[in-house]
Design a protein around this ligand. Structure first.
Ligand code: LLP
Length: 432
């Protein structure tokens, strides 16, 4: 839960706004974004990693308002598409503090990034180095470049969100020598200023051992570049991926502790290699925005089914589902839920919170104990939905994507409005 969430007499209040009131005003389902919580987490990373540049990973959740908060609070921003770059531009985000990622950026996206003066473009393939070199020559511009490398680390997380083992699409392999070759090519291109190496090992990671192995391998390459090519790279990025607590079983990442551990690892390695420490940066997304949002839904139907062995489970259907939170279906993610609108003395019963989509896998919360009298009209809130929920939301079954409602000091404000049927139909040309 976000830091301002409190429950009294069964009513959940976030940012000083009781959720039943928020739903009366803005409807359901809705993502509720706690501004104070978001900014406190962003600032906590900024301050804990005071000697680093902290790039907020916009893929977790980005909109103009959030980009403005980040700019005001002095963070940098990682974008990974032309769309995210446009949001940064619209928010007036300082382009020198933007990093542009992606394994297949289009020519148009690369040109735009160079024209806007994006601080660093993280290159991910030989094709891209060639394209970017050509673009800078053509435009008569230069750009800062980082090289995404694959450290060959098995991060302990879901297969789809682990990114530093060899057999996946991102980065230049250190082991195969591709990473060193990429350094040579970037260094040789007149329009490309080689800033350093970039490593991101995966997402929702709790164990710093993976970061340690990756840092060691990337720093070894950093030293090799200096020795063999004679190039001193000023920077290095260690990526994001810091885990958050989705249920009470997880331990959230603590920025100060992370900073201490990562700094120690890098200092130790640099000393061992006899090299100067590069300026470091990180890219947390989930750890900043994840806990600062909860989703509020209204219950529409409740159905009880018998399980093998005689136990029972109630299926609590809400007015959203996999279109606003795909993570349960896609990554088998664990969430929790609570009734947000009233107190209940009823005995807790095993429940599954499901959506309204035409698909059996449309599950929001797999297992939760909810009061046995949960009924249509109740509001259910699911915490920890700030990261990769709205940003991965879809219009499956022609669902309207829910709004993001900011809350602060007892007031609500719309950050992203609810989609309308007109929005949906706008792309449907309807040839007769
Ligand atoms: N930097 C790079 C290069 C990344 O690829 C990512 C995430 C991040 C930073 C931020 O990672 P974070 O701190 O948010 O874990 N949709 C998946 C997560 C995909 C992560 C993609 N890259 C999920 O819902 O778990």
């Amino acid at each position: 839960w976000s830091q301002t969430a409190v429950k009294a007499d069964g009513v959940l209040t976030v940012g000083g706004v009781p959720l039943p009131e928020l739903v009366r005003e803005h409807g359901s389902p809705a993502y509720v974004l706690d501004e104070a919580d978001f900014r406190a987490r962003a600032v906590a990373f900024r301050d804990a990693f005071a000697d680093y540049d902290v790039f907020y990973a916009g893929k977790a959740f980005l909109c103009t308002t959030v980009a403005r908060w980040l700019a005001e609070d002095g963070l940098s921003l990682d974008v990974c598409s032309g769309g995210e770059l446009t949001v940064a531009e619209r928010a007036g985000f300082p382009m020198a503090k933007v990093g542009f990622h992606g394994n297949n950026k289009t020519l148009g996206e690369l040109e735009r990034a160079v024209e806007l003066g994006v601080g660093r473009i993280i290159v991910d393939s030989f094709h891209e180095i060639e394209r970017l070199a050509a673009i800078t020559t053509e435009l008569g511009r230069t750009t800062g470049v980082m090289i995404r490398v694959t450290a060959g680390v098995e991060a302990h997380t879901h297969e789809y969100i682990a990114t530093a083992h060899e057999d996946q699409k991102f980065g230049f392999s250190i082991a195969s020598g591709d990473a060193l070759e990429a350094v040579r090519r970037v260094h040789a291109a007149p329009g490309l200023r080689l800033l350093g190496l970039h490593s991101h090992i995966g997402s929702q990671i709790f164990d710093t051992a993976g970061f340690e192995v990756a840092a060691r391998r990337v720093l070894a390459l950093h030293a090799q570049v200096s020795e063999e090519i004679g190039v001193e790279m000023p920077e290095m990025d260690l990526g994001g991926g810091f885990g958050i607590a989705y249920t009470t079983q997880d331990d959230p990442s603590d920025p100060s502790q992370l900073a201490t551990e990562m700094t120690k690892i890098v200092e130790h390695e640099c000393r061992a290699l006899g090299i100067a420490e590069p300026r470091l940066s990180i890219e947390p997304g989930r750890a900043i925005v994840g806990p600062s949002v909860c989703t509020v839904y209204e219950v529409g139907t409740v159905k009880e089914v018998a399980l093998d062995g005689g136990a029972r489970r109630s299926y609590v259907s809400v007015d959203g589902g996999m279109s606003d939170n795909i993570r349960t279906a896609l990554y088998d993610a664990d969430y929790s839920a609570t009734i947000a609108s009233r107190a209940s003395d009823a005995t807790p019963t095993l429940a599954r919170v499901v959506g309204k989509h035409c698909e059996a896998g449309d599950i929001v919360v797999k297992d939760e104990f909810l009061p046995g009298d949960v009924a249509p009209g109740d509001l259910v809130a699911v915490p920890g939905t700030g990261a990769y929920c709205r940003s991965m939301a879809s219009n499956y079954n022609h669902a309207l994507r829910p709004p993001v409602i900011g809350v602060r000091d007892g007031k609500t404000f719309t950050v992203l409005r609810r989609e309308t049927v007109a929005d949906l139909l706008a792309t449907d040309v309807g040839v007769s």
